[in-house]
Design a protein around this ligand. Sequence first.
Ligand code: NAD
Length: 700
Amino acid sequence: MSEFVSYEVQGPIGVITLNNPPVNALSVNKGVLQAMLDAIKEGEHDQHVNGFLLIGGGRNFSGGADITEFGKGREPGLATLPDLLAYMDTVTKPIFAALSGPTMGGGLELALGCHYRVASPDTLIALPEVKLGILPGGGGTQRLPRIIGAQRALDFMIDGNPIKADQAAELGIVDEVIKGDLLKNAMTWAKRAIREGKGARRASQLTASLDEDVDTFINAAHERIAKRWRGYPAPPAIIECVKAALTLPFDKGIGVERSEFAALVRSDESKALRHLFFAERQAAKIADVPSGTPQIPVKTAAVIGAGTMGGGITMNFANAGIPVTMVEVNQEALDRGVETIRKNYAATVSKGRLSQEEMDKRMSLIKPSLQMKSIGRADITIEAVFEEMDVKKEVFKKMDEIAKAGSILATNTSTLDVNEIAATTSRPESVIGLHFFSPANVMRLLEVVRGDKTGKDVLATSMKLGKTIAKVPVCVGVCDGFVGNRMIHTYLKEAGYLLEEGALPHQVDRAIESFGFAMGPFRMSDLAGLDIGWAIRKRQAATRSADERYVKIADLICEKGRFGQKTGAGYYRYEKGSRAAISDPEIEALIVEASREKGIERRNISDTEIVERLLYSLVNEGANILDEGIAQRASDIDVIYAFGYGFPRYRGGPMFYADLVGLDKVLTAIRRYSDSPLGVHWKPAPLLEKLAAEGGKFNE
Ligand code: NAD
């Protein structure tokens, strides 16, 4: 039939097999859908054929649309998924689908267009479009409610996460889970169905069921998503489509789905989400480290330090089934570290998200130790001790003596020079930074810090390992704060200037939270603790050149013993046992006094100015980072901000957002700030100036 689709009549059944590796994507331009349509047409006119069976060659049915075709033109004259599905709806011979492996998006919608579905136990199904800011646009929003009922269909589409074959059977999406040889047993199933007189059962002719009144159901659904999906455009559109499935004839419903889909595709939010989808995949690639680069097998790991970070890092390995040794200096610290891990797992068990058995298995993979020599056999050792260069150097000297040849020596430092640490060892090529974020067992971001001498095998292995332990690894270069913290530093400074010039903490936080940030700078600082930054600033005080715009407010707050949530007060005050930030007149007075002391006349600052200054401080520093080659590409910075710093996904990250606004506009605003008497710290990044002049973009 075609290179990608084969058609063979076996007894009374026309068997259509998809062969478009690796995931049997439904490519339009390769003619995959057209070939399927042709096969069905051929079988329809064949009097020996009483039904069809669609099946995936290889390990799955179909992973969905061909993402390489996104945003590209379509070859004219070739069938699209809606064309194929519309045709299938006219076929009178029953069409069976035999599902296996990941069956996602358009792949599942194709299956929903078939009349019966059986699945092998390894099948995973999902309609994940919501995550890209779009909706199932291949009839899924109209067929699924008719097959399993409106309530269940809505939940499944808004969730977007995969479910297994047995759950799919329970929901009624598949008719039966079939063990053993899928083709053989699905054929037996199909033949029996035909013998029993089961004919074409088109979803389009069914009625979507609902146990309650449509308006009550739809209003409640909108209310439910309003909080959790604030800013995301797809969930309300999906609700409207389900309403159409409940209230309109099938064809009209398809029309609603199509127009909702078209509006979503054009929305900035969906563009941003799709940008991040590709950016995340792109981040895994390093220009001079090709995919075939040899890797170091990682079967065992070790972590030094069982504090806040060490414990979380250790859990990542145990979660991935990798035995891990956790080393501490004294029994008390070690016991505390193990206990924290146990409590963390127990909390997950009590929420029903982990079985006791799985928790026990993970705990048994963790080997606590007071002996440095127990790292000897680990394939990777990650240091997570105090953030002091001398301590780190001492630890790395020992690691160099003890760790086996060829193993990876990693540091979780957040500010120190990885090259300087590497230089204390006899094998700087084995040394790398693996910068996890707190809480390390939860946060997805992993900055993989490439030192001047880091070996390519070490780099390739670390990127792969990052994925194995369920992180989003992004390669960055060595500089103070790497990418994420270097940028957040300028952002927090800007937030401080805003206070001095006339804003108050709650106004700044509210403005940027309305933009979509999970937490504003001052709530974030109170959560992280103000004492760490204070200690660093005190250390730097002697060497800090006269900084005319140095903001003292944070120091003044710390001098009052207010270190944030942990002391019940920081920029805000907190009631006992509560995390709710309450504005505090004492801090407001302190801020007003700080402005007065500096001779700054406080003024009303608009929310627009707050948001612009905070965002553009990130963008400008991001441009410098890009220019210096500390980040490989603008989209890597976007991934870092979306996965590590609570930047709203539907805004696509700071660099994407700047592209959307237009770099000329961003530059004009930055110039305006730098021209103001209090704008001495604003220096437009040369790369921003260059791109703005060329009409270019960061993400080209
Ligand atoms: P922490 O104080 O909670 O833990 C450090 C642990 O290291 C302590 O338990 C200490 O007993 C142990 N330790 C010290 N010297 C040791 C040695 N020679 N051998 C074995 N154990 C030793 O600190 P943390 O917050 O977990 O930070 C650890 C590292 O992670 C630092 O480099 C820090 O900059 C970095 N980091 C921290 C965060 C964060 O948010 N806390 C985020 C990213 C990176």
